[in-house]
Design a protein. Structure first.
Length: 434
């Protein structure tokens, strides 16, 4: 009997929202040749509004599925639903049979493939257009960068239709590496690209041993976000404060405080929520602070529909906000999570069907690796602080009627308002820890 030696491919989703860092990407890496599809990216996709709305709804449903799994093993949390969905959509383009059916169900993909990939193209391009001409958190330009890439074994043959789909809808070029003879140098080359695309914030995405001689393809999606607040916090009203943890104990956190006027906000039955806009107000950070003792109830009740209803119910009003600085990093394999959600055959050698990639059924997913970072601090407001203070000096302002004080565990969602896409989401249970 012939023994099947399965080849594998590894999917990597990654993102970042800030600066700095170093890692093994600094080591010597091999030169990278690139094979480009003759198909150009569809720069102005024609997508029915109903398709865009459906994609946003489907992606949000998947986001909350992932969130409910990740909170089982993470205290503070940050991840990018947009990044994960884009990377897995590229993989789905090569799936067939039961594997494609399972992936569509797990990822909540309800659009037919051709419409789905075109809708992702439109979403990707819309997000990448945000922030042009606005300031970033570091005083430079605002950045919302989304980059996709394929890394292929240079001796392996992939289906032209698969490569054309990714070129046309995701702008993903094919970088050729020698996985067979130099798997670890190839891993370092990918990590170096990741670090470059995320301004050195995401280091060592692929750990040692994650790329082996049987690896045939690595798909990567990188998101980098850097933005100043649209309205600054009061630079003279920041300092230490007490943050109450879920167990009733407290830690000291550095709070940013200010009164805002015309801020989208609401007082719910057991929470307070506000949407803090960035310099490009298409993007905002929605902060949901449950009442004392209500965190579990509010967290468990939130899903794609209730978040949409919450955001739609925000009204402009005067709000006094106190938000702790917080920095959260999360790095994890998503393999077990995705299998638990029903995407099982994609990871099973001899059963997975990615024949759309290479016309065989030899390929299966080795792992899905995701790393994320977010840093919410004065750096995000200082670039706009002077302008905002000057604008307010000649106006008689009303006394704020709503108070949002995040001095206890809270949830947050960095959303693109026009598309409803959730770029980042998570929770803060203890701002004194990353």
């Amino acid at each position: 009997m012939t023994r099947l030696i399965p080849t594998t491919f590894l999917l990597s989703a990654l993102l970042s929202t800030a600066l700095a860092g170093c890692g093994d990407a600094e080591k010597s890496t091999p030169p990278v040749d690139t094979a480009k599809s003759p198909i150009q990216r569809v720069a102005n996709p024609t997508v029915a509004p109903a398709d865009s709305t459906q994609l946003a709804s489907d992606n949000a449903a998947f986001a909350f599925d992932v969130y409910k799994q990740l909170i089982l093993t993470n205290t503070n949390l940050i991840f990018s639903p947009a990044s994960i969905s884009i990377a897995l959509a590229m993989t789905y383009a090569g799936a067939a049979g039961a594997t494609a059916t399972e992936m569509a169900s797990t990822l909540h993909f309800t659009l037919p493939p051709a419409q789905l990939h075109l809708a992702f193209d439109a979403l990707d391009l819309a997000l990448a257009s945000r922030g042009q001409g606005f300031p970033g958190a570091d005083g430079g330009p605002m950045q919302v960068n989304i980059v996709n890439a394929l890394w292929a074994e240079k001796t392996y043959t992939f289906s032209p239709d698969f490569l054309d789909t990714l070129a046309a809808n995701y702008g993903a070029g094919v970088n050729l590496l020698d996985f067979l003879n130099a798997p670890d140098p190839s891993r370092l080359a990918i990590n170096a690209w990741v670090a470059e695309q995320t301004n050195n914030k995401i280091q060592d995405l692929l750990p040692q041993g994650s790329v082996v001689a049987s690896t045939k393809l690595v798909l990567t999606d990188a998101v980098y976000f850097n933005a100043a607040w649209g309205s600054p916090f009061d630079a003279n009203n920041t300092g230490d404060g007490s943050f109450t943890l879920l167990d009733g104990s407290s830690v000291t956190a550095k709070f940013m405080r200010s009164d805002f006027y015309g801020l989208p906000a609401t007082q719910g039955t057991n929470f307070v929520a506000a949407s803090l806009p960035y310099a490009d107000d298409n993007l905002s950070l929605v902060v949901v602070v449950p009442d004392a003792g209500q965190f579990s109830q509010v967290e468990s009740s939130l899903d794609a529909n209730t978040l949409g209803t919450l955001v739609a119910g925000l009204t402009n009003q005067a709000v006094s906000v106190a938000l702790p600085r917080y920095k959260v990093e999360t790095g994890t394999s998503l393999k077990d999570l995705l299998m638990a959600l029903g995407m099982t055959s994609a990871f099973l050698p001899g059963i997975a069907d990615f024949s759309g990639m290479d016309s065989t059924q030899n390929l299966f997913i080795g792992d899905v690796i995701h790393k994320a970072f977010i840093n919410v601090a004065e750096r995000g407001t200082e670039a706009a602080a002077a302008t905002a203070v000057t604008m307010n000096t000649a106006i008689a302002l009303p006394t704020p009627q709503l108070v949002l004080t995040a001095d206890r565990p809270f949830l947050y969602f960095l959303r693109d308002q026009p598309t409803g896409a959730i770029l980042f989401m998570g929770r803060v249970l203890d701002p004194s820890h990353n």
